[in-house]
Design a protein around this ligand. Structure first.
Ligand code: ZN
Length: 418
């Protein structure tokens, strides 16, 4: 069987013929020519037009490697005298978009691997340079963003993440409808402007986008809260469990660190070292050793212990069904904490009081909307950042996370093998 037969089976292009294959060094080169009487399509407008002349040199387009050999299509581009555009332009070919020297299918192939292994590994395995891998993922993401359907978005969750060392942040917006959850957008920083940029972009992609929003889940970050109030005033604002519990984690860390310092200053045994996880994890997730350690801790009446117990008690809050009773619990809990003399916990209580309504909204909406997806993605997001993808710029980061978490539609081919 000839290589052309294989190619024609899964990778046939109307108006073009595979003419033959040969080896050149370690590469398999397949010549392509236009079918007799066919007309090339103008790069400017996409319409077929008469051939003006041919480019002086053959172009090579890298395709999916076959059995360890690099594969190239060799083709001499026609220049089209286009009436529509009123000038001579190079034709556009169906196997590679833009000015790319990699076929669209090869780019999809590389991108599909880049979803499961690191970009560096893809580049090493297929002997493609890092740039090619990046461009491939960028192409697939670009296609996906252009073709995704945003009409079913009724609820979002907003989150902010630290990126790179120092205090650089990115804002991530997720769709959190029960029927569809995905990352919609990432933007630099966590200022009002960041979120406003999101609205502008979404409105451009899908008209009436903001008007369809019914629920927004977010952290208590002031900049976000303000913009949400301005742009989607009709939406119910929910401050969800994940974000609130994050504050508890931070408060506990503070109390514990201060206490370690205090005990050390007094020359006491460092009881609290290596206990961070015992205190932050839910009790049911602890290992046996951590469990024993926690028991030891609880017997001592430390500030840390008291804070821990308050946090555990607060977990009951999430089990309420009615917003009314949850609210009663919240008020009682806050009153108790305000008498506790634990400053970081008091800060939380004050915050909860201030945002009582958006917190109770979660119960009012029957717990249907939460940032659980945000929480899960948050970890994946961090992993994507950590997985030495060679991030140098925000652009690369944004392409990588949208590729991983955006649930984007992909270019379709008649033949798929990944
Ligand atoms: Zn044209």
């Amino acid at each position: 069987m000839l290589v052309e037969t294989v190619l024609n089976r899964g990778w046939h292009h109307k108006g073009f013929v595979y003419e033959g294959a040969r080896f050149e060094g370690k590469a398999l080169v397949i010549s392509v020519r236009p079918r007799k009487g066919s007309r090339g399509r103008c790069r400017g407008c996409g319409r077929p037009g008469p051939t003006y002349d041919h480019e002086p040199t053959w172009r090579w387009f890298e395709h999916v490697p076959l059995w360890g050999w690099a594969v190239f299509f060799e083709y001499r581009m026609r220049r089209i005298a286009c009436k529509q555009c009123g000038r001579v332009l190079v034709e556009t070919v169906p196997w590679a978009s833009g000015k790319h020297h990699t076929t669209d299918m090869y780019r999809c192939f590389l991108a599909s691997w880049a979803k499961v292994i690191s970009w560096q590994e893809v580049s090493r395995r297929f002997q493609a340079c890092w740039q090619t891998v990046f461009r491939s993922v960028q192409y697939v993401v670009g296609y996906g963003l252009e073709h995704r359907d945003l009409s079913d978005v009724g609820a979002w969750g907003i989150d902010e993440l630290a990126w790179r060392k120092g205090h650089e942040y990115v804002t991530a917006v997720y769709q959190i409808d029960p029927h569809h959850q995905r990352l919609l957008w990432v933007g630099k920083d966590r200022r009002e402007l960041s979120l406003k940029a999101f609205f502008v972009e979404m409105e451009k992609a899908a008209e009436g986008f903001a008007g369809r929003i019914r629920v927004v889940c977010s952290d208590l970050w002031r900049a976000y809260v303000k913009v949400i109030g301005q742009v989607v005033p009709q939406a119910a604002h929910v401050i969800d469990r994940f974000h609130i519990m994050q504050h508890f984690g931070k408060a506990l860390d503070k109390i514990r660190a201060a206490e370690v310092k205090r005990l050390r200053a007094k020359g006491q045994r460092p009881l609290l070292t290596k206990t961070r996880w015992c205190l932050l994890k839910r009790p049911e997730n602890l290992t046996d050793r951590q469990h024993a350690r926690l028991g030891e801790l609880l017997r001592l009446n430390l500030r840390t212990t008291r804070a821990y117990l308050l946090k555990e008690q607060f977990q009951l809050f999430w089990h309420y069904k009615s917003a009314f009773w949850a609210g009663r619990f919240l008020d009682l809990w806050c009153r108790r904490v305000m008498r506790s003399r634990l400053k970081p916990m008091k800060d939380i209580a004050q915050m909860l009081r201030k945002h009582r309504e958006p917190i109770l909204n979660w119960f009012r909406l029957k717990k249907a909307f939460s940032c659980a997806i945000v929480e899960a993605s948050n970890n994946k997001f961090k992993l994507t950042i950590r997985k030495a993808f060679g991030f140098r710029s925000f652009e690369v980061l944004s392409v990588a996370v949208l590729h991983q978490l955006g649930d984007l539609p992909e270019p379709q081919f008649t033949h798929r093998f990944w």
